[in-house]
Design a protein around this ligand. Structure first.
Ligand SMILES: Nc1ncnc2c1ncn2[C@@H]1O[C@H](COP(=O)(O)OP(=O)(O)OP(=O)(O)O)[C@@H](O)[C@H]1O
Length: 269
């Protein structure tokens, strides 16, 4: 008998988060289907990054549950996320400025190494083998992202668009099942945004993507489904076309360019 796998890779149910008296997430529920690109949008302060932080275990919800690949993610430890099959990029990139591009990317995959710290210090044969395998894998990812020529360069001083790709490579090298991208298009030129969309579309089908983003053209063209947050609540969900036509979404963006939600060329909501 074949086992039918749940098409929902990540499910959040009834997430509530408060900081002091401020309710930042209120009963947020969503599903991320395997192999899809889900975009989370909403005005500034809507709770998007807090939602990511909750999934990653940086923020503990007051109530609610998160299930990943059918297993409850109870108190996920951020440093263990890649072991679960989840990787994340940060708004602030979080690269080691003084390290090379390659070393930054290898740092994202060290959980896959079989070498213990003791083994590495004692020069176990696994240590060399693992290091070479990780470097080869990291080079493959850099090649896929078109920045293998920068592998030996120190990150500091590289153009912002290249450093953004390094951050993406560092997340991808752990071969995550779920990739969380926090404002991946922010600060990129129009050309770079288009290239990024191609990269995300071209990811292995086994990679599911959840992204937070303000760049509406990018979101509307790339995402399979959207969830819209406003003041910590889900106010709409559906395909980009459904969300774009939703009057509540348009109202939420009043004060920001409504045209941006309507996909009429505004770059940022
Ligand atoms: N650690 C924290 N302590 C207190 N308040 C916080 C904390 N983190 C976020 N907040 C507040 O929670 C609200 C939601 O913030 P969050 O960063 O999740 O929103 P966002 O939708 O990602 O916004 P943006 O689009 O501007 O990045 C904001 O009012 C913010 O000031």
């Amino acid at each position: 008998m074949s086992v039918v796998e749940d098409p929902v890779l990540l499910r959040a149910e009834g997430l509530c988060v408060s900081f002091g008296g401020l309710e930042v997430l209120r009963q947020v529920s969503l599903e991320v289907h395997a192999g899809c690109v889900l975009g989370v949008i909403g005005p500034n302060g809507a709770g998007k990054t807090t939602l990511f932080n909750t999934i990653c275990g940086f923020v503990r919800p007051g109530s609610g549950t998160i299930t990943f690949a059918g297993q409850a993610l109870e108190r996920p430890r951020p440093e263990r996320l890649t072991r679960h099959g989840i990787a994340r990029t940060l708004q602030g990139l979080g690269l080691f400025a003084g390290l090379t591009v390659l070393d930054n990317v290898v740092a994202g995959a060290t959980h896959r190494s079989r070498t213990s710290l003791g083994g590495a210090l004692l020069g176990s044969p696994w240590a060399d083998h693992d290091e070479r395998a990780l470097a080869a894998r990291a080079m493959d990812v850099l090649r896929e992202l078109g920045i293998d020529g920068d592998a030996k360069r120190i990150c500091a001083g590289l153009p912002y668009g290249v450093r953004k790709r390094v951050a993406l490579a560092r997340a991808l090298v752990s071969q995550p099942r779920l990739l969380l991208l926090d404002e991946p298009a922010a600060g990129l030129s129009a050309t770079e945004v288009g290239e990024l969309a191609d990269i995300v579309r071209g990811l292995a089908p086994a990679t599911t993507v959840m992204l937070v983003e303000h760049h509406m053209d990018f979101v509307m063209n790339l995402c399979d489904r959207l969830v819209v947050l406003d003041f910590g609540e889900v106010i709409a969900r559906g395909t980009p076309a459904q969300v774009r036509a939703d009057p509540q979404v348009q109202r939420a963006y009043l004060g920001d360019p409504v045209a941006a939600v309507a996909g009429e060329g505004g770059a940022h909501a």
